[in-house]
Design a binder for this molecule. Structure first.
Ligand code: TRH
Length: 381
């Protein structure tokens, strides 16, 4: 067995924190032979992403990872060789004491949120001295050289390409989640927070000549969809037709099935951090509902990403995409922006593939973490 890694995840809200840490934990165990424990304070959130897990268990082994319920009263455990506190969650004081008591101090990393902002590369890997002779390092995911990269499992792109090349695999998967493909329909997935711009988008889709099937896993956007449809409670598995738009309400899927949903769709509306990255690996155009921050800090993040993503895009396509992403996040006219994006559809589709290839040529985040540890050990020796 390799080195022991402990990953701590506090579920703030939504699924991003556990989504990222669970994905990372699995990859470290599967691809790097590491002995990984994932400490999560809300096992129910984990259970939704990984339905085969039993959310009532204090400890369980799932896909090679020991998943532990992180309780307020933290029982004494031996500290691992590498300790990741995800998204600045505060480690239990007794655990930090155990880290300090080890003769060989562990590597302590704070895994940060993903951002395309320029300052990220300058802060990635910086140390911060802690009491007890410990040092904590900031580890930033990112899209450019000098950052920690993005989570990407080995063989992911090949798997996705094989799925997308196989019409029968797509049809069978959609049938499994209760969606019968309509002839010539465009498929769009929708994962978003509550969003006042939704109605204008759905109006535009319903009026468009191209038929659309909108696939909506259960979640926070449901009430807006329901309001637009003008119906009572939405039933999971149900579908509703308005003009040229057919809306399907899906169950919340496992992470693996959610990937297949993204791969199956021609266009994906995603949110937060992890689904945002997964949609990029799907190689299809995307629409990002960014997690809103105080004082509008998320706008810098959104525009920083657009700046990178659009570096090689012709101006007309870049302008159309910017207008759409801005409108979806509350600034602008969604119907007009959607119409403009339609004129750029072919360019945007090709660009999504190019962007995915370029990002996939970079080292992935799990490999970067392992390398960071190795370098740290050799510096300490
Ligand atoms: O759930 P999110 O909104 O999480 C957010 C962000 O991470 C944000 O940055 C953070 O600050 C905030 O939480 C606290 O969106 P995200 O990051 O896309 O995570 C969703 C996870 O849910 C992702 O792993 C994909 C997964 N998922 C499924 O497994 N099945 C599904 O059906 C759907 C819709 C999502």
């Amino acid at each position: 067995m390799g080195a022991r890694w402990d990953i701590f995840c506090s579920v703030v809200d939504n699924y991003g924190d556990i989504g990222v840490t669970w994905r990372l934990a699995r990859q470290l165990a599967a691809e790097h032979g590491l002995d990984v424990r994932l400490w999560v304070d809300e096992p129910a959130a984990f259970g939704r992403l990984c339905p085969q897990a039993d959310a009532t268990l204090a400890r369980q082994c799932v896909e090679g990872v020991e998943v532990c319920h992180w309780l307020g009263e933290f029982a004494a455990v031996e500290a691992a060789d590498v300790v990741i506190e995800a998204f600045a969650c505060t480690l239990p004081a007794s655990y930090v004491a155990a880290m300090g008591a080890r003769p060989a101090k562990p590597l302590w990393l704070n895994l940060e949120y993903l951002s395309a902002e320029e300052w990220v590369a300058g802060c990635h890997g910086l140390p911060s001295p802690q009491p007890g002779g410990l040092q904590k390092f900031f580890f930033f995911p990112g899209f450019t050289a000098g950052t920690g990269g993005l989570l990407r499992e080995a063989g992911l792109i090949e798997l996705r390409q094989a799925f997308q090349a196989d019409a029968e695999a797509r049809r069978a998967f959609l049938a499994e989640i209760g969606v019968a493909l309509l002839a010539d329909a465009r498929l769009i997935s929708l994962f978003a927070y509550e969003n006042p711009a939704l109605a204008a988008w759905l109006d535009a889709l319903a009026q468009q000549a191209t038929p659309t099937q909108l696939l909506v896993p259960r979640g926070r956007i449901e009430a807006d969809v329901q309001r637009w449809l003008g119906v009572g409670e939405l039933e999971e598995g149900g579908s509703w037709r308005r003009g040229n738009l057919q809306v399907h309400l899906l169950p919340f899927l496992s992470q693996a099935d959610y990937d297949r949903l993204l791969w199956s769709c021609d266009f994906n509306a995603i949110r937060g951090e992890d689904s945002f990255v997964r949609a990029q690996w799907a190689g299809r155009p995307l629409l990002w509902h960014i997690y809103q921050q105080e004082e509008g800090a998320h706008w810098d993040k959104l525009d920083a990403f657009l700046g990178l993503y659009q570096a090689d895009l012709p101006a007309a396509a870049a302008d159309a995409l910017t207008a759409l992403w801005h409108a979806w996040n509350g600034r602008g006219d969604m119907a007009a922006a959607w119409a403009a994006v339609q004129l750029q559809a072919a360019t945007l589709e090709q660009h999504a593939g190019n962007w995915c290839r370029e990002q996939a040529s970079r080292p992935d985040l799990a490999a970067a973490l392992v390398l960071f540890h190795r370098n740290w050990l050799s510096c300490a020796a």
